[in-house]
Design a protein around this ligand. Sequence first.
Ligand SMILES: *Cc1c(COP(=O)(O)O)cnc(C)c1O
Length: 452
Amino acid sequence: MDKKAYHKALLREWDLNYLWHPFTQMKEWWEWGPLFIERGEGNYLIDTEGNRYLDGVSSLWANVHGHGKAKIVDAIVAQAKELCHSTLLGLSHPPAASLSKALIEIAPGHLNWVFYSECGAASVEIALKMSYQYWKNQGEDRRIFVCLEEGYHGDTIGGVSLGGIELFHEIFRPLLFETMRLPSPYLFWKRGGHPWERAHESLLEIYEERIKSRAEEICAFIVEPLVQGAGGILPFPPNVLKGIRELCDKYNILMIADEVATGFGRTGTMFACQQESVGPDLLCLGKGITGGYLPLAATLTTDKVFNAFLGDYEELKTFYHGHTYTGNPVACAAALANLEVFQEERTVESLRPKIDTITMWLEDFRGHPKVGDIRQKGMMAGIELMEDPKGGRPYPLSKRVGHRVCMEIRKHGVILRNLGDTVVIMPPLSITLEEIDLLFSALKKAINQLEG
Ligand SMILES: *Cc1c(COP(=O)(O)O)cnc(C)c1O
């Protein structure tokens, strides 16, 4: 064994012996063995053997312009040489201030203030605490958060409290705070037999009934705008998002838009809220904010919310929240470069043919004997695998069909990750039309491998 092969064998040992992977049944992990990604190049990931894989889920919904994008890498290197970290508690630094200005310029609605953190879950925790204290600072103790079935807002206890995915969230239920959980827009439509264009009417009536009953106790309504991501890529019927905004106005409730997944072009516009001209009171950003290069998140809010925190120090209206690495300068520099690339390359404007090509390919999967529901919103898509789609019978959990298809497709040079039996397709916005073809042809082969 040469030295390089020996080192690779060691890495494998160390992974199998010491590394506990997130969202992973480790017993299964040991069976499959680790795939080590060593490099990224454009829309491809390259393993330690030199094999290339199309990054079909944007390195967990984060990558935007591909890997190794010179503009972003150079910005990171330049900032790292200047200053890798200093705090925003009591000090400031140029990248954080510049990025705040840049985010406010592109944000939907009337958002004026940016509060940084390092992950989407933290941006949600901040939105929760901010909205709770917003009311508290005005002498009101509002404790109920409205959220949606199949919602996902991160894995910290606050985020999990708001989450509505049984598989991830049920076990922690005893530790969580009370919420008002309303039906998922997509599932409501699916179950209800309403026409797609009109589904919002009856859904919003149900929402209103529930909200009305406890309006004075409700602090905020949190929603993933236009598509519930981790719930399985569940798009909203039209006008649901707008209707939620109207309900929040009518009953004097704050609206939190969690655009951690949908932000930065993923739904076909810079932010999903823009498609229904919705301005949230709080906006959570993460994932694509740095182009998928470094961990950074942000919670944006309005003057209305911000002003409730102003006062003399002894009034105790200060927002006592912050993280050690809040607004890290290198991450902020990456985010600034990411936004510049969006502008220079007109990234969002260039998405139409890509979205249409994805739609065309998805059509090709309709009626496949192992495919049930197919869903898409912009550059986000999900294909649900089913044992018997006509009879509506899913695969048993033990078959791990979604997972197996994602393992199989690696042999065809594509990385995908499933959510249960839904195969998620969420490539970098920089994917080419040819690469979309490659991805879906590979997926077809992988799905065809599923035996009867
Ligand atoms: C991924 C995600 C989060 C959590 O972000 P992390 O960076 O993983 O903590 C929150 N909300 C939504 C909608 C997400 O998709």
